[in-house]
Ligand binder design. Structure first.
Ligand SMILES: O=C(O)CCC(=O)C(=O)O
Length: 440
């Protein structure tokens, strides 16, 4: 019998990934702790058969249909959202048509949840997306890539843009971001690209060798603030060790490995606490934007928080590729548990599972769409939540390539396979917070 055809790298990676997924699913199925939250996660993680998305709550369906659900309540904001800040895009309304919301929605099963659908104009969304990809991702804000790579202060996105626009050739050695850890030449480690959707050429000046030990996964979006108790602030917060085996990739591929960046007080993932001594200047427009949301929802739900007391002190930008997910967790690292957490969604839609104080409560799947705002107040602030699924083919047309705006192309290209979440928190109780510098 002839030898079977050797497997291509791509086939091998697909098989490995499938096997990993099968193992995960099997482990979860075997687990005795199959809580209602986990059950819901499994439903939405499933590829075959695909999930039933019609089970998800869509706050953008016609209001008369939405309000047929007796658990949903519509509450007017005290002014139309556009009146709280120009950042929602009020200036574009004349040109773009449409209107911005004057109502928010509450859900009887989730006290403290406040939902504002379609809160931004397309132009306002594009501006914030540019901020998330190009500006906020720069130092001193840290990203998951900083653990392993020497990302330049000018930012990874700038390198990507230089190549994308032809300003620098794609084989220019200076566009490759180097590893922090020294590579042991014996052990190899170059070019172990783990993307199965990667068709661009690796730098052929570098030997393509298989790493001898597994590459630490930077694909998985880890549950960043999960339910485990936080450690006291006097525990040493060492940085995780850089790996010498992460692949050297062209910027267009490395940007797709970016999973999160942290704003303001930097977060120490291993101990699940903030670095209270590492306070990066908080982007001013995001301070204004989040305060405007807290102001807009003042009096809307049963857990008011004065906008004057709200200070944007920490934030996370989560970057999701289509296959990523964020497993159920509770955000409990902030010292101020009364302040609302304000969360913005851009790009592809996702399924967001909102549960209760434990995983025993059955979560509600919510369809989060580009431009929606979710505010967690009161008990909802401590509820389990997660993102088991990014939904393919849901990128709004206004975020795709625009003939009249060629500089948007690079963002449209990125978003064609991505979702971005920006969430903002207050860390300290009001008046307890050390003055935080503001970025101008
Ligand atoms: O992506 C989202 O909408 C949720 C993100 C989240 O839960 C988190 O950053 O803690």
């Amino acid at each position: 019998m002839p030898d079977p055809q050797p497997m291509s790298n791509r086939q091998r990676k697909i098989m490995e990934r499938q096997a990993e997924r099968n193992r995960e699913m099997a482990a979860a199925k075997r687990s005795e702790t199959r809580t209602p939250f986990r059950e819901a996660e499994l439903q939405f993680l499933s590829r075959h058969p695909p999930p039933d998305y019609s089970k998800a709550l869509d706050f953008r369906q016609p209001v008369e249909v939405l309000l047929r659900d007796p658990k949903i309540k519509r509450v007017p904001l005290h002014k139309r959202i556009s009146e709280f800040s120009d950042l929602f895009g009020v200036k574009d309304l004349q040109q773009e048509g449409g209107d911005l919301p004057e109502n928010a929605y509450l859900h009887e099963d989730h006290p403290g949840l406040i939902y504002i659908p379609a809160a931004f104009t397309p132009t306002a969304q594009r501006n914030l997306i540019k901020g998330c990809l190009k500006d906020y991702s720069r130092h001193p804000n840290k990203s998951n890539l900083d653990t392993h790579y020497l990302v330049p202060d000018s930012g990874l996105w700038d390198l990507h843009e230089n190549v994308f626009t032809g300003k620098q050739p794609s084989d220019d050695p200076s566009i490759f971001v180097q590893r922090k850890a020294k590579v042991d030449e014996q052990a190899g480690g170059y070019g172990s690209d783990d993307d199965d959707d990667n068709d661009s050429k690796p730098d052929n000046k570098r030997p393509k060798m298989k790493p001898k030990s597994p590459v630490p996964s930077i694909r998985t979006l880890v549950p960043i603030m999960d339910g485990t108790p936080t450690v006291p602030d006097n525990v040493p917060k060492d940085d995780p060790e850089p790996s010498a085996q992460v692949p050297i990739l062209p910027p267009a591929q490395l940007v797709r490995k970016m999973r999160w960046i942290t704003l303001g007080y930097q977060y120490h993932w291993p101990s699940k606490t903030y670095h209270f001594d590492q306070n990066a200047p908080f982007p001013e427009e995001l301070s204004i934007l989040s305060k405007a949301v807290v102001d807009a929802v003042d009096g809307v739900g049963p857990y008011p928080y004065p906008a004057d007391d709200f200070v944007a002190e920490a934030g996370v930008v989560n970057y999701y590729q289509l296959k990523d997910r964020l497993m159920g967790h509770v955000d409990r690292s902030e010292l101020n548990k009364e302040a609302p957490l304000v969360s913005f969604s851009f790009g592809h839609s996702c399924i967001y599972l909102l549960g209760g104080p434990t995983r025993e409560k059955e979560p509600t799947p919510i369809l989060l769409q580009s431009g929606d705002i979710l505010v967690m107040t009161g008990p909802c602030r401590s509820a389990f939540h997660g993102v088991p699924r990014i939904i393919e083919n849901t990128l709004p047309t206004y975020l795709q390539s625009l003939p009249e705006e060629p500089e948007w192309d690079i963002y449209a290209d990125y978003l064609s396979e991505a979702r971005i979440n920006l969430n903002i928190r207050q860390v300290y109780p009001p008046n307890d917070s050390p003055a935080s510098p503001v970025q101008h």
